[in-house]
Write a protein that binds this ligand. Structure first.
Ligand code: NAD
Length: 280
């Protein structure tokens, strides 16, 4: 293996320790950061994500409340729940775990969260602030990727960053953050004509697609930094990213593993956003 491993687990643990100290400092001023997590239905993956988020809150001293709603919950009941949390002064951050059942308009639900409590950064006003480079909540996964790049000393200014994926959750906000940090950014997606050629131009290659084995060694410029956001199960049922890890390790300069790369950073960033909400 040639590539340097970017250890997201280690960076996330050290960030959580710093956040725990900040929580203590806030508590001394009588402020106790609180996060409310709403989960609808019974998706095993969603349950696992929520479990990790609540564990990170517990570890850092952030108070958390889990609100479990049945799969059949009406949109009205869900909106009422959010309205109550918006008015609850003990709740500084509100997160609705996605995906939501098909009968619910997810965007309407996300827009119902008070922007001041939008710790997932999915509200249109948060997205608009990010687009314009104004202060606001940044979605946790893109924020976690930027944190990893900064901690690892990966230069961005003038570098060519290629983002595979254009979702509102990962690809688009990440592209904007890279742009804000003076990278030259290319966004690729399912209709991109020659993904391999685009990817090979990247000094920083970010895969956020959700397809195991999508990024092969020949798509990577020698020495590039490769960040794998993808979470997939391979045929053997193991958790893998979008990158053919073993092969790409022979070419890349640095690389995040899956698991243990971006995932833990996403969770730590949620705690960081909740703290910011409590400090505001
Ligand atoms: P999404 O399905 O909303 O978006 C996928 C994107 O990939 C789309 O923009 C689509 O255009 C693009 N795409 C699809 N096929 C492609 C192809 N063949 N070539 C190039 N682009 C293609 O997914 P998402 O929510 O953005 O998540 C992407 C991946 O990241 C998933 O595996 C998801 O599980 C994972 N994820 C991980 C974390 C984490 O914390 N590690 C957080 C969020 C999402």
């Amino acid at each position: 293996m040639n590539a340097r491993l970017i250890d997201g687990k280690k960076h996330a643990a050290s960030l959580r320790a710093q956040l725990a100290a900040q929580v203590d400092a806030l508590a001394a001023r009588g402020i106790h950061p609180g996060l409310a997590v709403i989960i609808v239905g019974d998706h095993p993956a969603s349950r696992a994500y929520v479990r990790n988020k609540l564990a990170a809150c517990a570890e850092t001293g952030v108070r958390s409340t889990k609100i479990e709603l049945a799969e059949q919950v009406t949109q009205r009941a869900l909106l009422d729940e959010i309205a109550a949390l918006n008015h609850n002064p003990a709740v500084h951050g509100i997160l609705v775990q996605l995906p939501l059942p098909a009968h619910i308009d997810a965007q309407a639900v996300l827009e119902a969260i008070a922007p001041s409590k939008d710790v997932d950064g999915f509200h249109a006003s948060s997205a608009g602030a990010l687009l314009q480079g104004r202060p606001g909540f940044v979605p946790c996964t893109p924020a976690g990727v930027m944190y990893l790049l900064a901690q690892e000393g990966i230069a961005l200014a003038g570098q060519h960053a290629v983002v595979l994926g254009r979702s509102n959750v990962v690809g688009k906000p990440l592209a904007l953050l890279l742009l804000q940090n003076d990278a030259t950014v290319t966004i690729c997606h399912s209709r991109t004509k020659d993904l391999a050629t685009e990817a090979r131009r990247a000094d920083i290659l970010i895969a956020a697609v959700g397809r195991a084995g999508l990024v092969r060694a020949e798509m990577v410029k020698p020495g590039a930094c490769v960040i794998d956001v993808g979470i997939n199960r391979n045929a053997a049922g193991q958790l893998v990213g979008d990158v053919d890890f073993d092969a790409v390790c022979q070419v890349a300069g640095s690389i995040t593993p899956v698991p243990g790369g971006v995932g833990p950073m996403t969770v730590a960033m949620l705690v960081a956003n909740t703290l910011r909400a409590a400090q505001a």
